[in-house]
Design a binder for this molecule. Structure first.
Ligand code: CAA
Length: 388
């Protein structure tokens, strides 16, 4: 049975900061951020957006009534969840008006959560071919003002419908994965900002890639030449390029040109959003599919997922005929085009705004937030959401 991605949608908040201006404010050469890190714009979430609303807004644009009826499993990948007990997916299930006869869970393993969700969804569809599964990766990446990680922050969500006979991409049989207990990036429960051993995390990302790439080739019998493109988890857009470069000597000049050109296309959305952790790999896939008009049906795309701590996985998909007709290219173009720039001081103010943690009530002004689904306040330690 063919199982894979039937629909894919994306949401990022309506505010961003220009990386050139952030660099100047931090007394850093702008090229370090735009070339060395490879980021142009960083999405800034207003206080009225959290991982729940980002996820719900991403899914809202792609689901029709039939999907809402057929979805019987919601898998919410996140590493910036809002509750240590209740799944963020349950809020999203309600905000989207999904069929109550559904399972809903939250998956956590750093940026790998949505990939684990996709693999779980594959198994579910294999047993229940009529079902559809909603898999979401939604996060807000926070390292802190004036930290080395600051230039790699971001916010957004990718929502995917996984089904039998998918219209966008069939996921192939083979997959290679690798786990090792390391401390490259982590966020203790008491902290709203991540801790990171930056250089070590870069090294481990590449080491895990080499492990799963070698195992994938052994399992599948495929080689570099068999790939039209490889998409990477993108904490920042230079990172995936570093990993890609480690395998280019396995291909011809033509293979290298194709893979590097497609890599550049696959980083465009991420370059203008920043790291969205669980959704980053799928935002890169979306960027490739929506922006490379010449990518033919039948092409094989490799996907490298990396979640610090750490778990890595490499798997592949085949593009389906007329897949472009099932993308939401214009909606995503509009989303990017309608964003508003904030100054560095405005971004710093937004970054410092936090929700009460002492049980007090807070009512938020949602009129300035252009999103359909917003956080409207907090009362009795409960977050309140509205769908406008
Ligand atoms: N012009 C052009 N390039 C410049 C430059 C200039 N003026 N100045 C510096 N650069 C280049 C450097 O040469 C370097 O390039 P290479 O890596 O290719 O050598 C690049 O800019 C970055 O410079 P530094 O290494 O000095 O940067 P840094 O140490 O200040 O910070 C970082 C980089 C460690 C990635 C930091 O941003 C960080 O800690 N980020 C968060 C962690 C992270 O994203 N890790 C990635 C792997 S972990 C993962 O993938 C999971 C996840 O999502 C977090």
């Amino acid at each position: 049975m063919n199982i894979g991605i039937d629909k894919i949608g994306f949401y990022t908040p309506h505010l961003y900061v220009d990386m050139n201006k952030l660099a100047v404010a931090r007394d850093i050469e702008p090229e370090k951020f735009t070339v060395g890190i490879g980021q142009e714009k960083m999405a800034i979430p207003p206080i009225t957006q959290d991982p729940v609303t980002l996820a719900a807004n991403a899914a809202l644009g792609i689901l029709n009534e039939a999907d809402k009826e057929k979805i019987d499993f919601v898998i919410f990948g996140t590493e910036s969840g809002i509750d240590n007990s209740k799944s963020a997916g349950v809020y999203v299930h309600n905000l989207l008006g999904l069929n109550p006869h559904a399972r809903t869970v939250e998956m956590k393993q750093a940026c790998y959560g949505a990939t684990a969700g996709i693999q779980l969804a594959k198994g579910h569809i294999a047993l229940n071919p009529e079902s559809k599964v909603l898999v979401i990766g939604s996060d807000i990446a926070r390292y802190g003002l004036n930290t080395p990680g600051e230039s790699t922050q971001g916010a957004g969500a990718v929502a995917m419908v996984i089904s039998a006979n998918p219209r966008i991409m069939v996921l192939e049989e083979h997959s290679a994965y690798f786990t090792n207990d390391i401390m490259d990036f982590w966020r203790p429960i008491y902290s709203d900002k991540a801790f990171v051993d930056g250089k070590f995390s870069n090294e481990q990302y590449i080491y895990f890639f080499s492990k799963v790439w070698e195992q994938y080739k052994e399992k599948s019998g495929l080689e570099l030449k068999d790939f039209e493109a490889i998409c990477y988890h993108l904490p920042y857009t230079k990172m995936g390029l570093k990993a890609l470069r480690t395998i280019l000597d396995e291909g011809t000049e033509e293979d290298n040109e194709r893979l590097v050109a497609n890599y550049q296309v696959s980083t465009q959305y991420n370059r203008n959003v920043g790291n969205i952790y669980t959704g980053s790999l799928y935002l890169s896939l979306l960027s490739l599919l929506e922006l490379n008009e010449g990518l033919e049906a039948g092409s094989r795309v490799g996907l490298y997922s990396y979640g610090s701590g750490a778990v890595g996985e490499f798997f592949t998909g085949i593009l389906q005929s007329d897949y472009r007709e099932h993308l939401h290219i214009n909606d995503h173009k509009h989303l990017f085009d309608s964003r508003m720039e904030v100054t560095v001081p405005e971004y710093e103010k937004l970054f410092e705004e936090t929700l009460p943690v002492d049980g007090s009530t807070l009512e938020l002004d949602i009129t300035k937030d252009t999103a359909a689904i917003c956080l409207s306040g907090v009362e009795d330690n409960k977050r309140l959401y509205v769908r406008k």
